[in-house]
Design a protein around this ligand. Structure first.
Ligand SMILES: Nc1ncnc2c1ncn2[C@@H]1O[C@H](COP(=O)(O)OP(=O)(O)OP(=O)(O)O)[C@@H](O)[C@H]1O
Length: 259
């Protein structure tokens, strides 16, 4: 056996189809312990389909996915026990209060929390004052914080976040980045999707750019900029004379807005 560190997530030649339409065409990447990995791509590129396959929500028509060494197709319960998924706000019952939601999900994840531990979670997300507020009364940013804390309640090795900071103000976004970095500091891994190149540069250790269902580039943000800074397509879209990750992204995926 090699002494190489084992990846927390391995996606190998993943393909996902909806009827005759192939949305993901042989995507491969791996996420290591302590790594924040970003999936970037224009609308319709196949990011959510890739995440859904990892979560076990859509059945791939090709390829392998392992989480903490467990195959999502062959050992789905073990694989899922090692991952935390940030749920959409519609997944929570609006009439439950924040404490009740945390208690409910800790039960679902088989990690019953004591009242003191629920309080700790509330402090962690700065919502101790709002413990008895109904979920439906929370602001969008507060709801995002609840859903992130729920996704990590069972201390999973892999956390999957689909556009986690969309709609957040700069303060809430920074706070969420800190939390994501806290997951990394534990040696766990984060896979996120984002349309914010600023976010990708600020928090991701490595990114994969996906377009039309295929990975077209994969590396650290700095290395991608260095590798493509002299591409004519990248230079032609750059503004103010400085090459950014966004210039590289548009240079590689084209200027056209996707349908
Ligand atoms: N349930 C479905 N049935 C049919 N087609 C689907 C389904 N889900 C996604 N698609 C199609 O698959 C392609 C990839 O969609 P996906 O949601 O994975 O893209 P994305 O990269 O997450 O896009 P966005 O940035 O807009 O969220 C798109 O063309 C989309 O229309």
């Amino acid at each position: 056996m090699s002494n190489q560190q084992r990846a927390i997530l391995e996606v190998d030649q993943l393909s996902v189809s909806y009827g005759s339409f192939q949305a993901v065409k042989g995507v491969s990447f791996a996420v290591q312990p302590g790594e924040i990995f970003g999936l970037l791509g224009p609308n319709g590129a196949g990011k959510t389909s890739t995440l859904s396959a990892i979560e076990g929500l859509v059945r791939p028509n090709g390829g392998q996915i392992t989480v903490a060494g467990f195959s999502i197709l062959e050992q789905p319960l073990y694989a899922k026990a090692n991952m935390g998924v940030q749920l959409q706000s519609t997944s929570f019952q609006a009439e439950l209060n924040v404490s009740e939601i945390i208690r409910l999900f800790s039960g679902i994840y088989g990690k019953e929390l004591s009242p003191a531990e629920v309080e700790e979670k509330l402090v962690e997300i700065n919502l101790q004052e709002s413990a008895t507020k109904r979920y439906g009364q929370l602001s969008g940013g507060q709801q995002q914080r609840v859903s992130l804390v729920i996704s990590t309640i069972h201390d999973p090795q892999l956390v999957l976040l689909d556009e986690p900071t969309t709609g957040l103000d700069p303060q809430s976004r920074r706070q969420l980045w800190d939390r994501i970095e806290g997951i990394k500091a534990k040696g766990h891994a984060v896979l996120l999707t984002t349309h914010s190149m600023e976010e990708a540069e600020a928090v991701c250790d490595r990114i994969a750019i996906i377009d039309h269902g295929r990975v077209i580039a994969i590396d650290t943000p700095e290395a991608l900029i260095a590798a493509h800074r002299n591409d004519p397509d990248v230079i032609s879209v750059s503004r103010k004379g400085k090459i950014t990750l966004e210039d590289v992204f548009i240079g590689l995926t084209g200027r056209a807005v996707r349908s």
